[in-house]
Design a protein around this ligand. Structure first.
Ligand code: HEC
Ligand code: HEC
Length: 305
């Protein structure tokens, strides 16, 4: 109860430092800033955003030494010099901290942002970063930003063609997905249930309380798939955007995208009646990791069918 209120106030004030921490009851007044007398003492001031900010998603490993995504890449250099300064204020306001329940796939740091976008397979032709239409809070890129983004993605596409991890790598991973591995992960996600937030009426909301992911995502509706037993969802998870929820890139490396966990985290700070709130159980987290690790290992070993 107390925790729900903390989360609601944190979301409303877009204050993320200290949110989710049950000890941060100083926020209950809604007036105190973190670090002010009487409040809890956060390790960092909310005004200083650094790449090591604990509220940001960590990048997936180190910058690749050569090839796409490396510090020698012209496309990456263009992202850092021209694209990032333009999109950082517009999109980072939500996608760095998770404000408004946004999934965290950006950083205050340009290089980390590049890796986080790659991790969600957004550095690809037809990037969802350009085409995504928000269902609630959020803004789409302006025409000028779209031009910048398209120029950058064009450079990336050229650099990535013929590489170990070309821009359409996700299409090639289909053969690495074993039905049994996926079914285990799906089964663990099927056991998850949503939990109503403070301010949500569990009797009248759609899916906000004790609902299974299946009720909305059974056939791949809304860009995510958690269905019933059967082959159909194994075919779906081999395709975008479903595969992106599990696997992405770090230059030429195939890495876990952690998107289902990121969505769970985002729902903790989402406003009432945005995406239903849920948490990953250790079982679900483990089953997803097992599934993703199996795909990545088969890809690396060259044993995909
Ligand atoms: C006011 C907060 C806010 C701002 C500003 C914002 N977003 Fe979002 N974004 C969200 C939320 C919340 C979601 C999840 C719900 C949805 O898709 O509408 C989201 C989802 C997305 C997704 C989908 C992620 C996925 O994996 O499916 C993309 C892509 C995206 N935003 C891109 C952008 C871009 C590009 C900008 C800047 C031009 C931007 N957003 C600005 C809040 C925001
Ligand atoms: C009441 C319907 C509903 C339920 C129940 C539901 N979702 Fe969703 N989900 C949506 C909608 C609508 C979207 C697209 C808009 C958005 O991203 O918020 C979505 C998008 C997603 C995404 C992709 C977007 C991103 O930001 O990465 C993931 C992952 C996801 N849901 C996971 C889950 C899981 C796991 C469960 C079960 C615990 C669940 N959802 C339950 C409606 C639902």
């Amino acid at each position: 109860m107390t925790k729900n209120l903390v989360i609601a106030i944190c979301a409303a004030a877009a204050l993320v430092v200290g949110c989710g921490d049950a000890s941060s009851s100083g926020y209950l007044t809604g007036e105190r800033e973190p670090g002010e007398p009487g409040g809890t003492t956060p390790t960092k001031s909310p005004t200083t955003s650094t790449p090591t900010n604990p509220n940001e998603a960590p990048p997936p490993g180190s910058v690749p030494p050569t090839g796409p995504g490396s510090s020698g890449s012209k496309a990456r250099a263009y992202f850092i010099s021209d694209v990032f300064p333009s999109i950082s204020p517009a999109c980072g306001s939500c996608h760095v901290s998770g404000a408004a329940g946004a999934p965290k796939f950006m950083s205050a740091d340009a290089s980390n942002t590049y890796q986080l976008l790659d991790q969600r397979a957004m550095i690809t032709a037809q990037s969802s970063f350009i085409t995504h239409k928000h269902t609630g809070a959020g803004t789409e890129p302006t025409p000028a930003q779209v031009t910048l983004l398209q120029k950058w993605i064009g450079m990336e596409t050229q650099e990535r063609v013929g590489q170990k991890a070309p821009e359409d790598i996700l299409a090639k991973l289909a053969g690495c997905i074993q039905p049994a591995d996926w079914k285990q992960a799906e089964s663990a996600m099927r056991a998850l249930r949503t939990t109503a937030r403070n301010g949500e009426n569990p009797n009248t909301c759609s899916g906000c309380a004790n609902e299974s992911c299946v009720s909305c995502h059974r056939d791949g509706g809304y860009g995510m798939v958690v269905g019933l037993q059967g082959d159909q969802t194994t075919d779906l998870v081999k395709q975008r955007p479903f595969i992106n929820r599990f696997i992405g890139l770090n230059g030429t490396d195939v890495v876990p995208s952690n998107a289902v966990k990121a969505k769970a985290d985002a729902t903790q700070t989402g406003v009432a009646y945005s995406h239903p709130r849920y948490a990953l159980t250790p079982q679900a987290e483990q089953a997803i990791t097992t599934f993703v690790t199996s795909v990545v290992n088969q890809y690396k070993a060259g044993t995909c069918k």
